[in-house]
Structure formats: C-alpha cells, structure tokens
Design a protein around this ligand. Structure first.
Ligand SMILES: [Mg+2]
Length: 188
C-alpha cells in the first residue's frame, strides 16, 4: 500500500493569506496587514464587525479563491513525495459545498500537477472524525488544535511553522515541505 499523507490546505499547502489579502485589495476593502499571517485572525483584520463565513464564501466565489498559490518552497517537494509514491488527501475546514470542494481540487491540480482529493469539514468544522477514519498516517497542519487532533488519532504529525502556532506539542515543527520530505525520505 502506498504511504499516505493527510494534509490541511490553507497555510500548509496553499498560501490562503496572500490570496485573501489580494482579493480584499482588489475589492478596496481596507484591512490590517499581518493580522491573518501573524495571528490567523480574520475578524481582527477589520475595524468593523464582519461576517467571516460570508466574507470567506465571497472570496472562494472569486477568481482569487480558486487560484491560491503554493506556500514558498512547497511545489517541488510535494511533487517529489508524490513521485516517490506518497498519496495525498486534503482535509480542510471550509464549506462542504460540492462546487467549492471541486474548485479547491482544481486549484491543487493546477498548482501541484496531480490530483489531491479533498474532504471539507464545513466552516469551523472539526477534522477529528476524518482524521480518526484513517489508520496511522502522516498528518500535516498549521493549526495547533488540529495538529493535536491528528496526534490523538494516531498519526505522525508535522506542523508547518507560522507566527501564530508557536506552542510546543505532540508534533514535529518544520519550516516547510522540504524538511518534511527529508525526514520522510530518511525513513524509506
Ligand atoms: Mg490551515
């Protein structure tokens, strides 16, 4: 059986922050830079109260939402892992609307050049059920709570380092997918 990598999408494979900020700029919506990239806080980006779910839905309906770029130093190493025989499955906490899931899968295909099936938990949904449905695999995340949930489900967890996830926990903190690839390949 091929080794399996379960992975979050935003802040793990894709640079949601850059795409979201570019979209806000295109709409002339003022926001505080770095609130998302440093604190992972959409509501804190704005001086007024916003409907986060609605705003993110509008983003994903735009060209920006379906064309998120990869995080730095990601494409080559994810591709190499795929070519080595690793299978990828995406698990993301965005709307489970089928059109959106398809959009996200197309985004991944155009960025990485191979199919990554995506499970969506719903906005703010829990990933525990999906993580628990897989036997011991690799789980890659940027969100502390979900990283811990992956460990609790028996997975080997890598946390992609960001300013907003500096707490230590039951995971291996990595700078990027190059480090993940080096660790996984050392074990082959
Ligand atoms: Mg994420």
């Amino acid at each position: 059986m091929k080794p399996l990598i379960l992975t979050d999408l935003d802040g793990t494979l894709l640079n949601f922050t850059a795409a979201f900020e570019d979209w806000l700029t295109s709409k002339d919506i003022p926001f505080h830079p770095n609130k998302l990239g440093d604190h992972y806080c959409i509501s804190g980006m704005f001086d007024r109260k916003v409907d986060e779910k609605q705003l993110v839905s509008e983003f994903f309906e735009s060209d920006y939402g379906g064309n998120c770029q990869a995080l730095d130093n990601t494409i080559q190493h994810v591709r190499e892992l795929y070519d080595l025989g690793f299978d990828f499955i995406g698990i993301t906490a965005c709307s489970d609307d089928e059109a959106l899931i398809e959009l996200r899968q197309k985004n991944l295909l155009s960025v990485f050049g191979f199919c990554i099936p995506v499970y969506a938990t719903g906005f703010h949904g829990s990933k525990e059920r999906i993580l628990n449905s897989y036997s011991s695999s690799i789980w890659v995340e940027d969100h502390i709570d979900n990283a811990i949930a992956g460990n609790d489900a028996g997975h080997t967890v890598f946390l992609i380092n960001h300013p907003y996830n500096q707490e230590d926990g039951p995971y291996t903190r990595v700078k990027d997918w190059e480090e993940i690839k080096e660790i996984l390949c050392a074990g082959i």
